[in-house]
Design a protein around this ligand. Structure first.
Ligand code: IYR
Length: 223
């Protein structure tokens, strides 16, 4: 065992009422987040994306190896390449690769193989999970709890972007190995999702299905 250095850890003191108010207010704002599938081409400042990625990079993770990479795409050429490759995969998915049960489950969302938002939205954040690398990103050291770590990071990314008033969509074309070559990432990194970021189109809608959330009694048990 190596000796380990420590630092003091403390949080600002809050009263119980302040804790409840802050939790409730953030919960209410997060409840307004929707997966947006209709984006305008209106810009979002790069600083917003930078802050959101830094927030994502603060996520708890395995052995503090921080096994993530965020490839930020804004050039029209790269966005077009991603759209073309994603739509090719999606056409195969909707034309028969997906099971009937899966397509039935997607029915209420109204999704199809056309993904114009991949070109319209100002930013695509392509999230990669690093299977290897360690804190030095040597490409060799084993990483741990990679999917869990990157999943939590994506949650913080989405929450920060939502707090900044941005519309987002987690898009997961399947398979998505093409993202590795377009983004110039190494073989030991696995593309996990594209987070589309921008502003909603003026006539954007969301499916009614998306607003139906399970109540607390259903999602929590207290022992
Ligand atoms: N990747 C496809 C299909 C899709 C799958 C699930 I599960 C969704 O929640 C939404 C879409 C697409 O993007 O259309």
């Amino acid at each position: 065992m190596q000796p380990h250095d420590t630092l003091p850890y403390a949080l600002p003191h809050l009263t119980d009422q302040e804790r409840i108010t802050r939790a409730t207010e953030l919960r209410e704002r997060l409840a307004m987040r929707r997966s947006c599938r209709y984006f305008s081409d209106a810009p979002v400042p790069r600083e917003v994306i930078e802050q959101a990625i830094l927030a994502a990079g603060s996520a708890p993770n395995g052995a503090n190896h921080q096994p993530w990479h965020f490839a930020v795409v804004s050039s029209p050429e790269a966005k077009r390449a991603i759209r073309e490759a994603a739509e090719e995969e999606e056409r195969a998915f909707y034309a028969g690769k997906a099971s009937e049960e899966w397509l039935d489950a997607l029915g209420p969302l109204g999704t199809d193989a056309d993904k114009p938002f991949l070109e319209t939205a100002p930013w695509l954040i392509v999230v990669f999970a690093q299977r290897k690398g360690g804190i030095e990103e040597d490409g060799q050291t084993q990483n741990y709890y990679v999917n869990e770590s990157v999943g939590i990071a994506c949650g913080l990314l989405l929450a920060t972007l939502h707090e900044a008033g941005c519309a987002t969509l987690t898009h997961t074309p399947s398979p998505m190995g093409f993202l590795r070559s377009i983004c110039g990432r190494p073989e030991h990194e696995k593309p996990l999702m594209i987070v589309v970021v921008g502003q909603p189109a003026p006539d954007a809608t969301v499916p009614v299905h998306a607003v139906r959330k399970k109540p607390l009694e259903q999602i929590a048990s207290w022992l």
